[in-house]
Design a protein around this ligand. Structure first.
Ligand SMILES: C[S@@+](CC[C@H](N)C(=O)[O-])C[C@H]1O[C@@H](n2cnc3c(N)ncnc32)[C@H](O)[C@@H]1O
Length: 233
């Protein structure tokens, strides 16, 4: 039996998230994927490529979140979309496929190698012409976008910049527009943040939660998704 001093030495599980993430989540994740409509052939190919041929498979959005983005874009009728963090192009292409013929998706990526991989995939898509890849620092590119004209911003870049992305996102969004921020549970590390990324995501969540200009829904889907609507103030 553990003595109290041994118990104290054990790593502290993040309260609440422990059962969900460690016991249920892996199986639930697979189950959710198998009960979600497959994406297009090309998106399924991007998923396979990202999982097998890149060093960062966990960065991929994937089918469940991809279908979530697809539904939101379709239901919102989003036409001006900004995607922060392209990687291999999955979220940008999912949103482009869901949007109307006159829609535009700007996707931002600082790594030229990822930007090229995504470009090669977009070139093979019938909706690829809707997507513009902006290769560079997300904050610089966001600062160059006009105020109040964007319908949807998907935040999935550098976790330490989430707060700054949010300020820019709220500036460029029209009233009623949406921010969707990925990884807001950050593997449960937000409950006891011990590194810069975790502290930044936890701080971002608090900023959003206190923002009087934001109507918000925190979803514990996958690694956490914050759905935020810009209110009229
Ligand atoms: C989690 S991945 C994005 C996944 C992608 N949304 C998808 O659907 O698979 C994050 C991406 O953001 C890029 N990134 C990180 N910091 C950035 C920055 N400061 N400016 C632009 N891109 C950045 C990374 O190179 C990486 O490709």
């Amino acid at each position: 039996m553990d003595r109290p001093e041994d118990v104290k030495k054990q790593p502290r599980p993040s309260p609440g998230i422990y059962c969900f993430m460690d016991v249920v989540a892996r199986e639930a994740e697979e189950y959710a994927k198998n009960h979600t409509s497959p994406m297009s052939e090309l998106l399924e190919e991007i998923e396979r490529f990202s999982l097998t041929s890149t060093a960062y498979p966990s960065m991929l959005t994937g089918r469940v979140e991809g279908r979530f983005l697809y539904f939101i874009v379709e239901l919102l009728g989003a036409r001006r979309i900004v995607d922060i963090g392209t990687f291999t192009g999955y979220s940008a292409l999912a949103m482009a496929e869901a949007s109307g013929a006159d829609a535009q998706v700007v996707t931002i990526e600082k790594n030229p190698r990822f930007a090229q991989i995504a470009r090669d995939f977009f070139d093979r898509s019938p909706v690829g012409a809707k997507i513009t890849i902006r290769n560079g620092e997300a904050l610089e590119i966001l600062a160059s976008l006009p105020e109040g004209e964007t319908d949807l911003v998907f935040i999935d870049g550098d976790k330490r910049e989430y707060g700054a992305y949010y300020r820019q996102a709220m500036r460029i969004l029209r009233t009623g527009g949406l921010v969707i921020a990925d990884n807001v549970l950050w593997y449960g590390k937000i409950f006891h943040p011990e590194d810069d990324d975790s502290r930044a995501v936890a701080a971002f969540n608090e900023v959003v939660n206190r923002d009087p200009g934001a109507e918000r829904l925190f979803l514990s889907l996958r690694d956490g998704i914050y759905l935020i609507r810009k209110k009229a103030v």
